[in-house]
Design a protein around this ligand. Structure first.
Ligand SMILES: Nc1ncnc2c1ncn2[C@@H]1O[C@H](COP(=O)(O)OP(=O)(O)OP(=O)(O)O)[C@@H](O)[C@H]1O
Length: 210
């Protein structure tokens, strides 16, 4: 099966601190994997490297057989919540989702956004400005803005964070369907029930010094 993500001997150091030590990971297209492990094990660091938002200190990564993060072609295939969240202050939740869908060549009126808003419990918040949302509502909005993009690979950092139980179940089912339809998912998670709900295989990261 073709590799969606190929991580070869990746090492990351911050100054004299070794965070990732020669990591190898291959994620076949159509698979779902969850990076698990204690706080500080390097899960977010590895996800950032996979999106090309951070350069490893050593080793190589390819995503769909290309260097990650370089150019529009990569970002047309990969949707992620790894980068710091941002939004336009003057646009509502729904206006953001419409905008993201349109610029990615989709039709905002095709029902996809409505369905996603129902899944994520955002329907009643569509006219709200992101700044007025609670932390859990904001997490749902940012997930929606990521999931509304057509993609072949989702890279999500603790998507279950701050979500209530009902929404967590709904988003797990949504991600499972995404993978069943041929998408590839790599995420970090601290919630084993959520990971199982998604159907993701676990990859355990440990801190190099432990
Ligand atoms: N910019 C940075 N500068 C220095 N050290 C950093 C930086 N970013 C992360 N680290 C360190 O790298 C290690 C791994 O951090 P990372 O955020 O990847 O862990 P994690 O497994 O995602 O943790 P958590 O479960 O808490 O989210 C930690 O020890 C952290 O302090």
């Amino acid at each position: 099966m073709t590799s969606a993500v190929d991580v070869r001997q990746v090492t990351v150091t911050y100054g004299s601190t070794l965070v990732l030590d020669g990591i190898d990971l291959r994620v076949p297209e159509g698979a779902a994997v969850a990076l698990v492990g204690e706080n500080g094990a390097g899960k977010s660091t590895l996800l950032r490297c996979i999106t090309g938002l951070q350069e490893p200190s050593a080793g190589d990564i390819s995503v769909f057989e290309a260097v990650p993060g370089r150019g529009a072609d990569f970002w047309r295939q990969v949707a992620t919540t790894v980068e710091s969240p941002s939004w336009y202050q003057g646009l509502t939740v729904r206006e953001h989702l419409d905008l993201v869908r349109v610029v990615n060549g989709g039709d905002p009126g095709d029902g996809h956004i409505d369905e996603l808003c129902t899944t994520l419990g955002l329907t009643g918040l569509c006219d709200s400005l992101p700044i007025t949302l609670s932390s859990g509502q904001r997490q749902r909005f940012l997930l929606a803005a990521t999931l509304v993009r057509p993609s072949r690979l989702l890279v999500l950092d603790e998507p279950e964070q701050r979500l209530d139980t009902r929404i967590k179940r709904a988003i797990a089912a949504h991600l499972r369907s995404y993978v069943r339809a041929g998408g590839t998912l790599i995420m970090a998670s601290h919630d084993d029930g959520f990971r199982v709900g998604v159907g993701a295989d676990e990859i355990v990261l440990t801190r190099p010094e432990s």
